[in-house]
Design a protein around this ligand. Structure first.
Ligand code: GAL
Length: 684
């Protein structure tokens, strides 16, 4: 879909209709004068830009008053871009409502759990469930879609912007009304709701739907299932807005694909993206590096997860940064090589587009110190030269466009419901970080040079020989059956502490933990043993556990104990177990081993499946390998994870980009610090 976007609409400066990778940025011409626009298009062409997102925060400019429209400037921008051979991913401009609207209708402003109004002054100050906001937003979408329906520059629609970035949780009266409607659809009867929410506890039984509220500031922990349902509802409320805009767009421009930019990164967890992905024509993502240890493992993880959300199909990197951002406590500039490496790492994981926030660095406003493709310093800058070089590199990778990720033998299951539920309050520990757990396993596999795919519960789990499911906390009966089938058909499941514990209503599976997975794992746990922050236990394989321990009893004769606790209250008892099943196995890791501990343990967990690295031993760790394949060939992305020089592993194939550093001591090709090589092998 994405690879054909540009060609289908005959875009491209040279008029070449062949698929290519998209390259560009958010473009905010309304911040600049007309003369600057012409220079923009000229420099975009110089940099190899072929796609820009326009109009994301333009509502106040496009509709200066309730019945006043001003499209003249956008008409001109569209023409200029089209003239430069640059396609437009046109935003619906609904992300930030204009002052006239919030003044006339303050009832569209979100309300926090404490009852405070979220005032205008920044952006995204709107309630996802406000009928008034919806009406005004859809009116704008209709005007835009009608006006630009046949414009030759239009290649895609960009719904709103990062839906839920600042307004995912709204506790207003509109939200309360919509929450009740959502609950009626989910439960039909109050009895069913009372059962699901366990309202016999703390005298919470509801006798009328009108009594139900969002989990606003309360005297103590709000009802856990109410909290979980509010998370589900809040994601659905934003999804509903996405669908409403999409419906208008599909009605008017049925042939123009619709997307919206996700935020698969860091701690963004309010939106259930695997669910949202079903609503759009192609998945887009925004990603920003938060500097720290293993920050590029996190980038790789997010890109990989985005690919999983997109079902392994290509996706669109809508935003990342050329250098510093403006919203971290200290905003570090990127080092030489970071810009290209970060971009290509996304492409390695399936991105068919490399776009940035934003094209030209703002002179005013909250993001004036945020980097851009064209910095304050202008085109005569190392940054713009790096941007231009990247454009040329992406040009050399055009044939990668449209290829899909080649499934890895190892899958890591990332489940939004378990993310939401496992981190709720009033649990055995408040220190659990679901995403960090998954990232630890991913990092350990990277260190071992073993490719792994991040997958969601919507994926066909049977594609993998090993499935790692860290903290799979919510396990409905059907998922337990599916995982059992997976192991019976020869698959090897690895799961961890706090997995299998609750059903979809956040009710504990009784009879001992790990509840729904107890029989499959052949173990039983009577009581959890979380550890205080800083406390650790030693294991008999010389690794160290933290965060959590379990008092494990082995219940099936065939269950093997792989590792035991050496210290702590469970000393001598099992810490890691594995139960062989018909051809497969089900393993359980009861403590947090961290990347080092997992790196030591993983070979034992992978061995029964016969999974090993595809890299030569010396490249395991320093190099990340990903593979995309399709009719155009098999493309191996070889990423230098280090800040030093490493030999380019001999994997065969023609070098399309990379390995530009002088030959190594043995005369063989090398990867410079942070360099990425792309090798092409014939299609299989
Ligand atoms: C994103 C947003 C952009 C810009 C960027 C800065 O969250 O979509 O508009 O604000 O962050 O990093």
């Amino acid at each position: 879909m994405i690879s054909t976007l540009l060609s289908r609409h005959g875009r491209g400066a040279d008029g070449d209709p062949a698929p290519r990778l998209a390259y560009g940025a958010d473009y905010n011409p309304e911040q600049w004068s007309r003369e600057v626009w012409e220079e923009d298009v000229r420099l975009m062409r110089e940099a190899g830009v072929n796609t820009v997102s326009v109009g994301i925060f333009s509502w106040a400019r496009l509709q200066p008053g309730p019945d006043v429209w001003d499209f003249a400037w956008l008409d001109e921008v569209m023409e200029l871009l089209h003239g430069g051979g640059i396609g437009v991913d046109l935003a619906t401009a609904t992300a930030s409502p204009p002052p006239w609207l919030t003044t006339a209708h303050p009832e569209i402003l979100p309300v926090t759990a404490r009852g405070e109004t979220v005032w205008p002054g920044a952006r995204q100050h709107w309630r996802p469930t406000s009928p008034v906001f919806r009406e005004h937003a859809l009116r704008l979408v209709r005007e835009l879609a009608t006006r630009y329906a046949d414009h030759p520059a239009l290649v895609a629609w960009h719904v709103n912007n990062e839906l839920g970035c600042h307004n995912v949780y709204d506790y207003s009266d509109d939200a309360a009304r919509a929450f009740r409607e959502w609950l009626r659809v989910r439960y039909t009867t109050l009895d069913a709701l009372n059962h699901a929410w366990g309202t016999a506890f703390w005298s919470q039984r509801y006798s009328d739907w009108e009594q139900i509220l969002p989990p606003r500031l309360a005297a103590s922990h709000p009802n856990p299932t109410q909290q979980l349902d509010f998370k589900r509802f809040s994601s659905d409320a934003l999804k509903d807005h996405l669908r409403a805009e999409r419906e208008v767009l599909r009605e008017i421009t049925p042939d123009i694909p619709v997307t919206t930019n996700f935020m698969v990164m860091g701690g963004t967890k309010g939106m259930n993206y695997p669910d949202w992905a079903q609503e759009i024509d192609f998945v887009s993502n925004d990603h920003y590096v938060v500097p720290g240890a293993r920050d590029r493992d996190e980038l790789s993880f997010s890109a990989n997860l985005t690919s999983g959300i997109a079902g392994g199909r290509p996706w669109f990197l809508m935003e990342h940064s050329t250098s510093a951002v403006n919203w971290q406590p200290v905003n570090l500039a990127k080092r030489p090589g970071d810009l290209a490496r970060d971009s290509l790492l996304h492409v390695a994981h399936g991105a068919d587009a490399v776009c940035f926030f934003q094209w030209r660095q703002s002179a005013a406003g909250a993001e004036k110190y945020h980097s851009a493709m064209l910095p304050h310093a202008g085109a005569d800058s190392d940054l713009f030269r790096a941007v231009t070089a990247l454009g040329a590199t992406l040009g050399r990778l055009a044939q990668v466009a449209g290829t899909e990720r080649e499934p890895a033998r190892v899958g890591i299951l990332f489940d939004w419901e378990s993310w939401w539920a496992s981190e709720q309050d009033s649990h055995p520990t408040s220190l659990l970080d679901y995403r960090r757990e998954a990232l630890d396993w991913y990092s350990a596999l990277l260190d071992l040079g073993v490719r792994a795919d991040l997958v969601t519960t919507r994926a066909d789990l049977h594609r993998h020989q090993v499935l790692v499911a860290p903290v799979l906390h919510v396990v409905p009966a059907e998922l337990a059956k599916e995982l059992t089938r997976f192991t019976e058909r020869g698959g090897h499941l690895v799961t961890t502490y706090f997995s299998g514990v609750v059903d979809e209503n956040d009710h504990v599976w009784l009879g001992g933990y790990p509840g729904a997975l107890r029989d499959l794992l052949g173990i039983r746990i009577e009581e959890f043993g979380p550890l205080l922050d800083g406390d650790t236990v030693e294991l008999d394989d010389a690794s160290t556990g933290s965060l959590w321990t379990d008092r494990i009893d082995v219940t099936a004769p065939e269950t093997e104990v792989l590792v035991r606790y050496r210290t702590g209250v469970h000393a001598g008892r099992p810490a890691v177990t594995r139960r062989p099943t018909g051809g497969g196995s089900a393993a359980y890791v009861s403590t947090r081993l961290g990347v080092e501990g997992l790196r030591a343990l993983l070979p034992r967990l992978l061995a029964p499946a016969g999974v090993d690295s595809e890299l030569p031993p010396s490249a395991r760790g320093p190099v990340e390998l990903t593979v995309r394949s399709g009719a155009a060939g098999r493309f191996l992305f070889v990423v230098n994870r280090t800040d030093g020089t490493v030999p380019l592993p001999d994997l065969g194939g023609e070098v399309l980009v990379g390995a530009t550093a002088p030959a190594g001591a043995d005369g063989g090709p090398v990867l410079g610090p942070r360099e990425v090589a792309v090798l092409r092998q014939p299609a299989v």
